[in-house]
Design a protein around this ligand. Sequence first.
Ligand SMILES: NC(=O)c1ccc[n+]([C@@H]2O[C@H](COP(=O)([O-])OP(=O)(O)OC[C@H]3O[C@@H](n4cnc5c(N)ncnc54)[C@H](O)[C@@H]3O)[C@@H](O)[C@H]2O)c1
Length: 347
Amino acid sequence: MSFALRSRLPFAATAIRRQAVFSSVRWRGYATGSGKDSPLNVDQQQSKTGQQPSYGPIGVNAALKYTENDPAPSPTIFKHEFSLADRVALVSGGNRGLGLEMGLALIEAGARAVYCVDLAKEPSDEWQAVQKYAQKLASTGKTGGDGRLEYITGNVTNQDEMWQIGKQIGDKEGRLDACVAAAGILKNHTDCLTYPAAQFRQVMDVNVNGVLFTAQAAGQQMDRFGNGGSIILIASMSGSITNKDHAWTSYNSSKSAVLQMGRSMACELGPRRIRVNTLSPGHIYTNMTAAYLDTQPHLLDKWASLNPMGRIGRPDELRGVVTWLASDASTFCTGSDIIVSGGHHSW
Ligand SMILES: NC(=O)c1ccc[n+]([C@@H]2O[C@H](COP(=O)([O-])OP(=O)(O)OC[C@H]3O[C@@H](n4cnc5c(N)ncnc54)[C@H](O)[C@@H]3O)[C@@H](O)[C@H]2O)c1
């Protein structure tokens, strides 16, 4: 044994002994003690973190409160935290694509009503089929909610109109709890050095101003009823990365603006218990991307090869994340960007 190694050994042994003593102290204090001082104790926690959920202790708190004399416990994670029972939501761009898919997810999670706002005077056949399906689900008691998918014609670039729509929903429902700002547009490749002002402004108007006006419409009602709420701004991975070989300056810039809008609004609205997060999908097959994929078939393999999953995504792969963000399962999440890109952004 070398001198250096021998001389280090006693120190190492002492360090291990110290660690063992420290661990046993911690063990006695938190795990085997009365629980009085434990951060997991519900009363102790409430004094430090504020009001507990209205539906009572959950998780480890529920386990610690439970005694053998109580009725058999049941899981709360889907019954309460992820449940949108009695909640009301507004989804812009909800006539099709990601907006419609996310609207249905909110209904399945128990929402009382989801209002889809979109340009078309009449909702699409696809939307009407989804509405019927939602009604059917609800009528058999499977969602726990009314399952009302409602359609309102509206243009997100019109601030007055969007505020009116928000108010109309608030007046009718007496609450507005969740908002998904999904309306957005993507243009053809356009050289950044000669990008026409009118087209650039149009993209900004829908993708940036429209997202703000939608968030305002819902946020005003959340503030009005004082229940807090969750605003989910649909950004894109294109707000953080540039899509290889695609001349999408306006779209990418608009999505970066949405990321910063989400953080700014989150900081302002936190004290009012209104959470604001951005959701950034990668390549998902919808009408928007079909405009490229169905006319330039080689792009499918190319886009698929740009993420570690080796494929593009489906709209339904956003159901879980939007439900999580809209629900109490994410009550401490605000000002965040959730990227769902099949790992595209990791490369
Ligand atoms: N599909 C993807 O790969 C992808 C990836 C990242 C982000 N996104 C974003 O997700 C959102 C939804 O995209 P999608 O793929 O479902 O597209 P989509 O084109 O299928 O749907 C967009 C919807 O927004 C509506 N809309 C457009 N302008 C509007 C306006 N002024 N007022 C009201 N509604 C308006 C459209 O009518 C349409 O129904 C967009 O913000 C898009 O940028 C999509």
